[in-house]
Design a binder for this molecule. Structure first.
Ligand code: NAD
Ligand code: MLT
Length: 309
């Protein structure tokens, strides 16, 4: 069977496929007609967040059995079109949760203490000690929007560092939130109470633009962290709130359009720190998601049950 891999995954995952006897083709720069041609005789397709698996891709992939997403978010895959074509979609929901949570904690500290800004100035020869008076996380309130796997891990970590944690998630129980030290509240009270808001929802029609001008007003002079998905936070509204001095700062790992355009308003303000979708980029996480996705592709190709379909 041929498995096409169109975003880089760890070698360990490619080995799992080859050991099962599959022909593994990698094409990390494939776009447009080249992608359609490469997928036309593929039985399995493995992607991360870079490849848009559109209806056209699924239409072209006549022999496709499964799309494996080596990570969590499946917003780059047209799930309805996959269903129409009888193609299984499976993700790797566990393997990068710790990496994403650690990156979120790192970004929270980085914005609270202006670490990247001070680093750049020192690299440029400036000893800007008196320009940076940071904010302690201890004793502050963290608002978690989306208390799923990553949100819960972040809540536990920042609770243990002395933050009070409130959370908004319409789909989980109060008891579940309490077990990890978070108080479940409604959306607006969550934003109003928080000094730091961290976003951990998927990108869906319901969450697109969830945090825009009005919601940022409720956060006031706090900090916003988004290591979940671009599009959940309105980027223009965010840049405007930093520009007018309302919001103290933001730390953003994910963007509505990736790669982020050089003329994005998010790049115009020192108080907005950015990373290029690095949440899952640790060796351990990449090995985890690559091997579990490859195992699911192998299972699908021999007609066995696929765990995370
Ligand atoms: P999850 O499915 O375990 O949790 C998502 C939570 O969001 C669920 O509890 C769900 O009930 C909640 N939710 C859904 N709609 C909501 C809404 N309208 N308001 C509030 N809550 C809502 O997912 P996860 O594994 O925790 O991943 C969270 C996000 O992080 C996803 O978008 C995922 O793609 C992203 N992610 C990013 C990186 C990265 O590299 N930056 C790495 C891993 C995960
Ligand atoms: C995810 O949803 O798992 C993330 O986007 C991680 C990634 O694949 O980069």
């Amino acid at each position: 069977m041929k498995v096409l891999v169109t975003d880089p995954i760890a070698d360990a995952g490619l080995d799992v496929l080859r050991e099962a006897g599959h022909e593994v083709e990698t094409g990390y720069e494939l776009e447009g007609d080249d992608l359609l041609e490469a997928v036309s005789d593929a039985n399995g397709l493995i992607v991360r967040s870079g490849t848009e698996v559109t209806a056209a891709v699924l239409e072209a992939a006549e022999d496709l059995v499964i799309v494996g997403r080596a990570g969590i978010g499946v917003d780059n895959i047209d799930i309805d079109a996959a269903k129409d074509h009888g193609v299984i979609v499976a993700n790797a929901p566990e393997g990068n949760v710790r990496a994403a949570a650690e990156h979120t904690v790192a970004m929270t500290f980085a914005t609270a203490r202006s670490i990247p800004q001070a680093h750049i100035r020192l690299q440029n020869g400036e000893w800007a000690k008196s320009d940076y008076l940071g904010t302690e996380l201890n004793g502050k309130t963290l608002g978690v929007v989306g208390l799923g796997r990553v949100g819960q891990e972040v809540a536990k970590k920042l609770d243990s560092l002395g933050m009070d944690v409130v959370a908004y998630d319409p789909y989980i129980s109060e008891e579940r939130a309490e077990r990890i030290g978070a108080e479940l509240v409604e959306f607006e009270p969550c934003l109003e109470a928080a000094d730091f808001v961290t976003v951990h929802t998927p990108l869906t029609p319901e969450t697109e633009g969830l945090i825009s001008e009005d919601e940022l007003d409720l956060l006031g002079d706090g900090y916003l962290v988004n290591c979940a998905r671009g599009g959940v936070v309105d980027e223009d509204a965010l840049a405007a709130k930093v520009e007018d001095g309302t919001l103290a700062g933001a730390a953003i790992d994910v963007f509505a359009e990736e790669p982020l355009a050089a003329d994005s308003p998010l790049l115009e303000h020192d108080e907005i720190i950015v990373t290029p979708h690095l949440g899952a980029s640790t060796e351990a996480a990449q090995e985890n998601v690559a091997t579990s996705t490859a195992a699911q592709v192998n299972a699908a190709l021999v007609g066995e049950p696929v765990a995370n379909a």
